[in-house]
Design a protein around this ligand. Structure first.
Ligand code: CS2
Length: 492
């Protein structure tokens, strides 16, 4: 028998499944018996911890829905998981925790290196569903439509047969099916965007219209783009996770993922091709999901981003740390209960108080080291979705927007501080943001005006005098945005 140290040098693989300790759960189906039915764009940690775990359960009863996971930019996921036969470990954090090896991803492709294989999968009649977690920026949207100046969109419109973007691939795959008389796939966006399916449909139609209006008409008529709401807190994988997983598995997993035990997935039940029997594995299917995604984006994600920026100004590291800071925890709770919930139309049957209690308990979970820096990424893409809709509704209802603007001003100070410390921002607008941040002099009217001039972020809102005044007041109140000033402002 191999000793523990030699087994640890072994890689997780289909052959090693039988040797796993009994405490580690693994697929209850034969990996060779399942067939690809889903193409997924963006197999990052969230997809692997959330959707792939649902599909893994599904495969035990229905072998037709295995996933072909396609990365649009980097080969990292493919190179980590292909040698493992697509297997990886999911760790559930906290009391209901445990390790589970997921087998749902049966094929891994890196689009820039294997474009033909991706296009062949998209044209395969057995693929009836294409899903996406490409993050907010991966949709190349600007306002309600597509960002036609986005370099990948410019490229794909000029060369639609050799796409680079998610939208370009979706259209190329649909075009191939249309020409060959193959039924289209349903396109299911699983990103944190309000009306994600509706917005993706607009982008796809706009793109298709520019290359072939008959194709666009067919897509408009025949392809379904259901909306969905996804929820599960998924901290990035770290060394502590890798060490735990390798220790408990007795072999090496190059890229395990982790999440809280809680997970929710609500999908609009509007499919144009066969639908996986998602209801069997705890997914909620509903005719109207707009209320759910609004509630989740505004309450959970809005509060998350608020904690991320104000917590970073307080030099805190994780969400649980931020929730242990009394002034910040109290502010965020007030923000959710008194500012966000009253301004937001919530779905029937959702009790705001109970929903907020549950979110706050999830944020407090000390078993989850969810770094504020991770949530702070891509603020220019996240804030419009998470906070500005609430602010717009609150203004329309004549409500006070000062607390909501404090969260936005927290982001501005965060950008300023990072830029002036020379710390790189992770954001598609990192360049312009850093330039604005470096030029800030701590004078509220001028600094706020420089941010508001970023049309891609603020366009529909920057002209509202009440919004601008509240933002300037909040920015000024945060002063130098040092810990003392932030604590003082939060307590007001
Ligand atoms: C977070 C989300 O990173 C972030 O911006 O707010 O990823 C959040 O953890 C998930 O949406 C929870 O479902």
């Amino acid at each position: 028998m191999a000793t523990l140290s030699t087994r640890r040098e072994q890689r997780l693989s289909p052959a090693s499944l039988l040797a796993l300790p009994a405490a580690v759960a693994h697929p209850r189906y034969a990996l060779d018996d399942v067939r690809i039915g889903i193409v997924h764009f963006g197999p990052g940690a969230f997809h692997r911890a959330h959707q792939a775990a649902y599909v893994d359960e599904l495969l035990a009863g229905d072998p037709d829905w295995a996933i072909c996971a396609v990365s649009l930019h980097s080969a990292e996921v493919r190179d980590a998981l292909r040698p493992q036969g697509g297997l990886y470990t999911l760790a559930l954090l906290g009391e209901a925790g445990g390790l589970r090896v997921i087998g749902a991803i049966r094929e891994l492709l890196c689009a820039p290196e294997e474009p033909d294989a991706v296009l062949a999968r998209l044209a395969d009649p057995a693929v009836r569903l294409v899903t996406l977690t490409v993050t907010e920026k991966g949709y190349a949207l600007a306002g309600e439509g597509l960002d036609l100046a986005h370099p990948e969109i410019v490229h794909d419109l000029a060369a639609p047969a050799t796409p680079r973007s998610a939208v370009g691939y979706l259209v190329a795959g649909l075009a191939a099916r249309w020409r060959r008389g193959i039924a289209p796939y349903t396109v299911l966006s699983c990103d944190n965007l309000a009306g994600n399916g509706r917005r993706l449909r607009c982008g796809v139609l706009q793109f298709a219209q520019r290359i072939d209006s008959a194709l666009a008409a067919w897509i408009a008529d025949a392809v379904a783009f259901p909306c969905s709401m996804v929820d599960s807190i998924t901290p990035a994988s770290d060394d502590a996770l890798r060490a735990r997983v390798d220790g408990e598995l007795g072999c090496t997993d190059a890229w395990p993922v982790q999440r809280e035990p809680y997970a929710q997935w609500v999908i609009e039940d509007r499919f144009c091709n066969a639908r996986p029997p998602f209801e069997r594995v705890g997914v909620t299917l509903s005719r109207d999901i707009a209320g759910y995604d609004r509630a989740k984006l505004r309450l959970l994600n809005g509060a998350h981003s608020t904690l991320a920026y104000l917590g970073s100004l307080l030099e805190l590291e994780t969400v649980a740390d931020a929730m242990a800071e009394p002034s910040l925890a109290a502010f965020v709770e007030r923000l959710m209960r008194a500012s966000i919930a009253p301004a937001t139309a919530l779905p029937d049957g959702l009790d705001a108080g109970t929903y907020i209690d549950a979110i706050l308990a999830r944020f407090r979970n000390p078993a989850i080291r969810h770094r504020l820096a991770q949530i702070a990424w891509d603020g220019s893409q996240k804030l419009p979705v998470r906070l500005f809709g609430t602010i717009a509704d609150a203004l329309a209802q004549g409500r006070d927007v000062a607390p909501l603007c404090l969260a936005v001003a927290g982001w501005m100070h965060f950008v300023r501080r990072q830029a002036q410390r020379g710390v790189a921002l992770v954001d598609p607008l990192a360049g312009p943001l850093a330039a604005i941040g470096r030029a800030c002099r701590g004078e509220a009217a001028a600094d706020v005006a420089a941010f508001l001039a970023l049309d891609a972020v603020f366009a529909p809102w920057s002209g509202d005098a009440r919004f601008v005044a509240a933002l300037q007041a909040a920015y000024a109140a945060l002063g130098d945005a040092g810990s003392a000033a932030v604590r003082r402002t939060l307590a007001l």
